[in-house]
Design a protein around this ligand. Sequence first.
Ligand SMILES: Cc1cc2nc3c(=O)[nH]c(=O)nc-3n(C[C@H](O)[C@H](O)[C@H](O)COP(=O)(O)O)c2cc1C
Length: 210
Amino acid sequence: MGVEARAPLVLAVSGASGQPLAERALQRLLEAGEQVELITSRGAITVWQAELGLQVPGEPEAQEQFWRRRTGVSSGVLRCHRWNDQAASIASGSCRTRGMVILPASMGAVGRIAAGVATDLLERCADVHLKEGRPLVICPRELPWNLVHLRNLTTLAEAGARIAPPVPAWYHQPRSLEDMVDFLVIRIFDVLGDELGPLQRWQGPGGRSG
Ligand SMILES: Cc1cc2nc3c(=O)[nH]c(=O)nc-3n(C[C@H](O)[C@H](O)[C@H](O)COP(=O)(O)O)c2cc1C
């Protein structure tokens, strides 16, 4: 593996429902010893409060301590960024990263990225990944999708992003919500070529591939 394999990964969380997916992804990435650049949008901070009663600090240092405590993981490298810090290292294409995952992605963020509008660090960083031709995985969360959402997602797919909606499956026979969250997180990072845990892959009926 070359230098690129050790470059940090950007995990971006926007204000869509499904924040536990982001939290589990962060936990697994840090457990795997990854270097994570974390962006939590302003909308995400609101949703965390509304859905889980969590007060996520906006300031990077306080946020790092918060996630270290909450995930209980001391390994890996975690760097948090202020949602509107357009001067952050990762706002520039000269900063090396090996990809970015937006989990979950709000329709607002999807629309602005598709339009090439960067009003905050998440959108700027996504724009940078597209312009640099680096992997960008977008996990949109909305139901149902209207035509505007579908067109924006198509634009992003045409621009090189991978669209990976957090859609559950039952072939791995989940027994709990945690099983489902783990499956989704591992499958999403599978798209990026990362192995964040054991994935029960479909082997064909009766467990036989072919
Ligand atoms: C509790 C809650 C849940 C939300 N869920 C979604 C959602 O699933 N998908 C979505 O596109 N927007 C959702 N929204 C609306 C977005 O949070 C809102 O459009 C916000 O401006 C997005 O901000 P961001 O794109 O900067 O993260 C939700 C809002 C709240 C308060």
